[in-house]
Design a binder for this molecule. Structure first.
Ligand SMILES: Cc1cc2nc3c(=O)[nH]c(=O)nc-3n(C[C@H](O)[C@H](O)[C@H](O)COP(=O)(O)OP(=O)(O)OC[C@H]3O[C@@H](n4cnc5c(N)ncnc54)[C@H](O)[C@@H]3O)c2cc1C
Length: 823
């Protein structure tokens, strides 16, 4: 970091033996904080046959630029665990490695200028409480007690977190590399990796400017250059560089090296001590993306040079809050690239397309914070072959492959910096690079008043505005503007009939004489069923954790349709291809071939009967079966299934017929109380029915029995993860997924709220929504098994500091006689 930065000559651990090893168990590409941390943590778990290749010197990429702010509390529980671990590690790193990382336990002060921001800080404080991290809300008048140079004018509150701090980022990376090296990891600087060697299926080595290194596992931790290197082997990594800036002043009286780091979120700046003066950093709203080809390959310790004009608005905000800055002498302007992702979370884990190719990159200006935790998590992931922490938010496979498109990333990255300090509203949608991926019904739904949200580039109708109401989200931490309209959509699904456009579902066909063998091998449920039958299944990893879920429809003896959630298209496809290697089976992605029109509600049979001659009675068309039918003048594959807990059919309609069938459904439903419904209603309906959303409620570290999904796991057959699942079945489980309902009608639930029983925090809300049928907010919650019984029991829920009574149950609160989880 700046003047006390390390230089190119400060680390040459293997200078005496600079030859390139022929092979290693693991090759790490990139010696920034991420690569160094992975090396350190691999060594810590006993994997030392590792070589780290850095084309320049350790920390010469982005890591040395960082301001070195490290924080404990993040927006979710898994990320808080990861970042808090980092602070603890930095504290003891000098003792461990002999390298002084200049850790200063300054604490932090986060300022709120609006009531909404203060509410966000209350949520932050609640997450801190959940993890036993010290955090205290302050009155504006208390701010100068902690930051004597700060003006309290215009503040409505602040959050003091004494456990945060600062570190010298370059030395942090250096210390981690040194620790790894001391434990036996080989580090080679001045070696540039030019390509990844594969056998078409898995990594077999890396190609460098100094020869090849054979390996079974390669890790791409090459910062903003990761996307390009991964692309050489067809692996899409959705990250893109943007300029990031901080400036420093001469010494200022009153500044010392234990001055808490300040986050002026509403002013898009941060401030920290630096060499007796202040360093001010910017998270401006109008970020500046940088194409990789504008950053030369030999960019060691590079900078773009000053641009005071672009910095001026943020500087003005900082001067308003810290008046002493007006007279300060600014001595240093550091402008450098950092990589950002479309959803502001980093990319971690094994690539879907190539076995044993791991990625740790795209840190969204939080690589120093997350470096230690990400390194630990990835090291364990490599050893175990599956994540050992809930990586759902950061899993590199969460993006659609189309999201690695350079133009799309360039546009999206404009808002990436500002997004980090902007208010993190519930349901917040990106403003840039929208309208990329649309259902054939998009125009019709727009005309019907749809307000769209984005997932994996798809535009999906979240809710429908009635005539005269603008279909625009108005964000708040309470009930948002769509609340009453979603209540009506919800009621229509329970009492009449609704249409959901679920076209974004991933649809993949497995065809061939080994299709059944493949699916039996990857599915927990038995899919050897009669043609026309539909099966709900989980897909487990080798540790028995839930990677994914979906339905399998047997279309023929040797032909199956696999339907999985939108954001899993890419990984499902590659998962099936990978396990299908060597088998006589074709895996075809047919997502774009059809639209999915879900007609849901008690009158769905009546509506569809007007459009088809097919017998839709319970006997003629039982639950979880499928048929090719004719709907009005067009064909559709009809599947009787429902994610809302009512009678309903999903129609898979060849894309060119989709609008025709849509029009027919809307006309036929006119006198039946028909309504369009969107994803907000879908979520509230499935939550009150207790249907699990994999990725939100459970993930790769949860076994099926904890999730209440043991009934779809057939332990008498062999499948991926079965050994672990057998053990899990016999093991006492510490946690259970339960349904939770608030006892008061007004508050809402989001996610992550602590659940309290007997005065103790016993769990957290996984996904929350307003359960309109129940007249209260509800959720699925993961809680300690010891507080769960066959009867309903009373708990409290921490709603950003307000304790509200609630009830938990192993059964759904809506229709408790039905299967609690999707059958
Ligand atoms: C101005 C600024 C301020 C910041 N402040 C903070 C902060 O306060 N807190 C925080 O947490 N984060 C901060 N960050 C972000 C943080 O610096 C990054 O997230 C982090 O350093 C990324 O680390 P990395 O290891 O992924 O990438 P890098 O540090 O860029 O490391 C990647 C390495 O890979 C090497 N490499 C690339 N290609 C190859 C190849 N083909 N062969 C061999 N080697 C290769 C590069 O030379 C480089 O050394 C800041 C960033 C900037 C720019």
């Amino acid at each position: 970091m700046l003047d006390d930065t390390l230089t190119a000559t400060s680390f040459a651990p293997d200078a005496a033996d600079a030859s390139l090893p022929d092979r290693a168990q693991v090759v790490i590409v990139g010696g920034g904080v991420a690569g160094s941390s992975i090396a350190y943590h691999l060594a810590a778990i006993g994997i030392t046959d590792v070589v780290l290749l850095e084309r320049a010197t350790i920390a010469s990429g982005t890591s040395w630029h960082a301001a070195g702010l490290v924080a404990r509390v993040r927006g979710s529980h898994p990320m808080t665990e990861l970042s808090s671990y980092g602070v603890d590690l930095y504290r003891g790193l000098e003792e461990d490695t002999g390298v002084d990382v200049n850790f200063r336990p300054t604490g932090s002060l986060t300022l709120a200028e609006t009531e909404d921001r203060l509410q966000e800080l209350r949520y932050t404080a609640a997450i801190a409480r959940h993890h036993g991290i010290n955090a205290r809300l302050l009155e504006p008048s208390e701010v100068p007690d902690i930051w004597s140079l700060a003006s309290p004018d215009g503040l409505v509150g602040a959050l003091h977190q004494p456990g945060d701090g600062t570190v010298n980022p370059g030395y942090a990376a250096l210390a981690l590399a040194k620790g790894a090296h001391d434990s036996g990891v080989a580090i080679r600087e001045g070696v540039s990796v030019r390509g990844i060697l594969t056998d078409g299926r898995t990594v077999v080595g890396v190609h460098t400017d100094r020869g090849d290194v054979e390996t079974e596992t390669a890790v791409l931790a090459c910062g903003l250059w990761t996307r390009d290197l991964a692309a050489t082997v067809g692996v899409p990594v959705a990250l893109y560089a943007a300029e990031h800036v901080h400036v420093s002043t001469d010494p200022i009286e009153g500044v010392h090296d234990l001055l808490p780091l300040m986050r002026g979120l509403d002013g898009y700046f941060y401030a920290r001590h630096h060499a007796g003066g202040l360093m001010i950093g910017a998270f401006e709203l109008d970020g500046r993306p940088r194409p990789t080809d504008s950053i030369p390959d030999d960019w060691a310790f590079g900078e773009f040079g000053p641009d005071w004009e672009h910095f001026a608005p943020v500087r003005a905000n900082a001067e308003r809050r810290i008046p002493a800055l007006k007279d300060a002498n600014f001595t240093r302007f550091l402008r450098a690239p950092e990589s950002f992702t479309p959803d502001s979370n980093f990319c971690l884990g094994e690539a879907a397309e190539l076995r044993n190719l791991y990625v740790a990159a795209g840190f969204n200006s939080q690589g120093i914070i997350y470096g230690p935790g990400a390194g630990r998590a990835l090291a364990e992931w490599i050893r175990e072959g599956a994540p050992t922490f809930d990586a759902s938010e950061v899993d590199v496979r969460r993006f659609a492959s189309s999201q690695a498109n350079e133009h799309y990333l360039h546009e999206r990255t404009r808002e990436a910096l500002g997004r980090l300090y902007a208010l993190h509203w519930p349901n917040l949608q990106a403003a840039t690079a929208r309208d990329v991926r649309r259902s054939p019904l998009y125009e019709r739904l727009t005309a019907a008043g749809a307000c769209f949200g984005e997932l994996a580039q798809w535009e999906r109708a979240n809710w429908f505005a009635p005539p005269g109401v603008e279909p625009v989200d108005r964000y708040s931490f309470g009930r948002q503007n769509w609340f009453p309209y979603v209540a009506e959509e919800h009621a229509a699904a329970r009492e009449a009939v609704t249409l959901f456009d679920l076209t974004s579902f991933a649809k993949i066909e497995a065809i061939g004489s080994d299709a059944l063998r493949l699916l039996q091998h990857v599915c927990t449920n038995d899919v050897d069923v009669p043609v026309g039958k539909v099966v709900y299944t989980l897909f487990l990893n080798r540790r028995g954790g839930i990677e994914n879920d979906g339905t399998i429809t047997r279309l023929g003896e040797d032909r199956f349709l696999v339907i999985t959630p939108t954001s899993t298209q890419h990984r499902t496809l590659e998962w099936l291809r990978s396990y299908g290697q060597g088998m006589t089976v074709t895996i075809a992605d047919v997502t774009s071939a059809s639209a999915t029109l879900a007609v849901m509600g008690p009158r769905s049979r009546q509506l569809l009967s007007r459009l088809t001659s097919t017998n839709l009675s319970n006997d003629g068309f039982p639950y979880f079966t499928s048929k090719e039918i004719q709907v009005h003048n067009a064909p559709a594959l009809a599947i009787r299934a429902s994610f809302v807990g009512e009678l309903g059919w999903e129609l898979y309609v060849p894309s060119e017929f989709a609008v025709h069938i849509y029009d027919a459904i809307v006309d036929a439903g006119a006198d039946l109380g028909f309504r369009h419904a969107g994803y907000q209603a879908l979520d509230s309906l499935r939550i009150e029915k207790g249907f699990v959303h994999v990725g939100h409620d459970v993930g790769p570290t949860d076994d099926p029995f904890t999730a209440g999904l043991g009934h779809v796991v057939k332990l008498d057959k062999e499948f991926v993860g079965v050994e672990a699942a057998r053990v899990a079945k016999e093991t006492t489980r510490p946690r259970r997924l339960v349904s939770l309902k608030l006892d008061e009608p007004d508050p809402i639930l989001l996610h992550g709220e602590s659940v309290i029983a007997d005065g103790r925090i016993v769990g957290a809300v996984m996904s929350g929504a307003y359960a309109h049928t129940l007249g209260a907010a509800a959720s699925l919650a993961m809680v300690e098994a010891s507080v769960v019984s066959d009867e309903e029991s009373t708990v409290e829920v921490d709603l950003a500091g307000r304790m509200v009574k609630g009830t938990i149950s192993t059964r759904a609160f809506y229709d408790p006689s039905g299967s609690r989880m999707r059958a």
